[in-house]
Design a protein around this ligand. Structure first.
Ligand code: SAT
Ligand code: MN
Length: 590
């Protein structure tokens, strides 16, 4: 039996009416309703190859894998073109760009008017979260980009499954995406929290256009979470299983490009034989108190949109296994035999390849072959260590929340907050050196509270208050920790080996959560005692090195406290007083 593809299969009037309205605005030649089937995937993939959007890779080496090059002016999220369009500017807060909703609608509708002439409008119904979860949300993205459709098919639970979850309800996120002419002057990513609506134009790059991810799961999600009493966070979720079978779940916030995917898929080193790390999610956590008083988390996504450069068998074995099939590669380098390459992949650089712009590249070339923010889009089901609970509608109970930035100095490898409020302060004052995940200069320290600076859909100070208020709703709150894998010595060498060895830090965190070890009280929080932190089998790293990496330099901390103030001053009129008290306590302890 053959089923006809692209046909509307819903009787949801709100949905049909809205699609009609948007089609009337954008004037596509055709409307194609996605059902998420395999037949549809094959058909659309074939079309993308014919249209030159995808290149078929070597199907023997990489079955089901395809390659895409984006417009060179469109390779990362653009924070300066990202807007929160709520009624009052105050509600968007000083860390967001704001546009009045009426103005934004007018501007964007003008840009979209007739923009899909000669093109197809794809209707992409999708779920963020497993079917049947109380946290799961339905979104529908209308897009004229086949690349977006095929990525959304990996990143979300897409098609029929979303339509049946939605049923006759009107409560779904309305997302409209138009490529236009992919010009930075006509690039806007606008969020309308009061209407549960997103409009993104002028870009084809992941974080700007896969609307379920940063736009719905974080920016709109954070607004919904504030209203409904839960947390939408830029966090990975992992499960640690001991040799005895004890499972502990941890959520961790790191800014984009700081190794969330690597941490979420970590392989424990030799010393931790019998321990297992299970991946629940690598980028986003939705967390809500459960009936037993603990905080439960789901990963709303269905795939990984990971940074390719630096990914190797050494740094992330499970990711390398995950991306051997059914994966889309964007802006990496293309080898003559239809394989892909990037800086930091195993083995020697290829003698020759095409770089991410499609130009001939050799090891002598000055430019990088893969763009530093080149990505793979891979189904999470390919991950050999995918936690079975990733599909559990109830989510997993979180025992620890970890905050971490990329800091060459100042921040120790690990410390634990004294309590929830202190932990919120730790998260709120997080700083990190900027990476290639966002357009702009890299390597500069900026305050990135909870790794949410580019993703919080409302006033950051109200967001801190929401975090503080959540304490009252969680009977058994997770412990909160801060980590920094990136501290360097005076010669600029990393002090900590990172990757799998981060298991040692995780082990201490788990031991703290299970009440198995004590700790030293220090000005920044609880520090590990030497006898509790396992350094055995860690070559070239001594107890002295551990002291160095945990060292608090008072001069650096005076500067840190001042620099923390820059963000607080910006937010001052709304800042919860608890944050000011915490700052004073810190200064006093120092
Ligand atoms: O580009 S994305 O926003 O999807 C990834 C990231 O920056 O975290
Ligand atoms: Mn991210």
């Amino acid at each position: 039996m053959t089923t006809e593809l692209g046909i509307c299969r819903t009787r949801n009037h709100a949905l049909i009416n809205w699609v009609d309205q948007m089609a009337e605005l954008c004037c596509p030649d055709r409307v194609f309703w996605c059902d998420g089937s395999l037949a549809e995937k094959d058909q659309l993939t074939e079309r993308a190859v014919q249209e030159g959007i995808l290149v078929r890779l070597n199907q023997e080496k990489l079955p089901g894998c395809y390659y895409h090059r984006s417009n060179p002016n469109d390779v990362a999220r653009v924070e300066q073109s990202t807007y929160i369009c709520c009624e009052s500017e105050e509600d968007a807060g000083p860390t967001n760009n704001w546009m009045p909703p009426a103005d934004a609608y007018q501007k964007l509708h003008n840009l979209c008017r007739g923009a899909m002439r000669g093109r197809v409008l794809y209707v992409v119904p999708y779920l963020m979260g497993p079917p049947g979860s109380p946290l799961t949300k339905v979104g529908v993205e209308l897009t004229d980009s086949l690349y977006v459709v095929l990525n959304m098919r990996i990143m979300t639970r897409m098609g029929e499954v979303a339509l049946s979850e939605l049923g006759e309800r009107d409560s779904f996120n309305r997302g409209l995406h138009c490529l236009l002419d992919v010009h930075p002057d006509r690039r806007f990513i606008c969020h309308f929290p009061q209407d549960n609506t997103i409009i993104s134009v002028g870009s084809g790059y992941g974080g700007n256009v896969l609307l379920g991810k940063k736009c719905l799961a974080l920016r709109i999600g954070s607004c919904l979470g504030r209203k409904e009493g839960w947390l939408a966070e830029h966090m990975l979720i992992l499960g640690v299983e001991s040799p005895g079978g004890e499972k502990t779940y941890v959520a961790a916030a790191f800014p984009s490009g700081c190794g969330k995917t690597n941490f979420a898929m970590m392989v424990p080193p030799e010393r931790f034989k019998g321990w297992k790390i299970w991946t629940v999610g690598d980028d986003i956590a939705w967390m809500k108190p459960g009936p037993d008083g603990r905080l439960y988390a789901i990963n709303p996504e269905n795939g990984y949109f990971g940074v390719a450069p630096g990914t190797s068998l050494q740094s992330n074995l499970n990711a390398m296994r995950t991306i051997t099939r059914d994966t889309l590669f964007t802006n990496v380098a293309l080898l003559p035999d239809g394989d892909v390459w990037w800086e930091g992949k195993d083995g020697r650089p290829p003698a020759e390849c095409l770089d991410w712009r499609g130009q001939r590249w050799t090891p002598e070339s000055k430019e990088k072959a893969a763009h530093p923010n080149s990505r793979f889009t891979a189904p999470m089901r390919n991950n050999p260590m995918l936690a079975p609970e990733a599909d559990n509608p109830q989510g997993v109970p979180i025992s620890a929340i970890i905050f971490g930035g990329r800091r060459a100095t100042t921040l120790p490898l690990v410390c634990e907050a004294f309590n929830w409020i202190h932990g919120v302060y730790m998260g709120a004052t997080m700083g990190s050196e900027t990476t290639a995940a966002a357009a702009g200069a890299t390597g500069q320290v900026r305050r990135d509270p909870m790794a949410m600076l580019p993703f919080c859909g409302y006033n950051m100070a109200h967001y801190f208050r929401h975090w503080l208020n959540m304490r009252k709703r969680i009977k058994y709150p997770p412990r909160i920790f801060n980590v920094n894998w990136f501290r360097k010595d005076e010669q600029g060498r990393f002090l900590w080996p990172g990757f799998g060895e981060n298991m040692r830090v995780l082990k201490w965190i788990i031991d703290r959560c299970q009440g198995r070890v004590g700790a030293h009280e220090m000005p920044l929080g609880w520090f590990p005692r030497a006898q509790d932190f396992d350094l055995e089998g860690l070559k070239g790293f001594t107890a002295q090195d551990f002291e160095t990496i945990q060292n608090i330099n008072l001069e650096e901390w005076r500067r840190e406290a001042l620099s923390q103030d820059e963000l607080f001053i910006k937010l001052y009129s709304y800042l919860p007083k608890e944050m000011i008290f915490q700052r004073e306590l810190l200064v006093a302890r120092l």
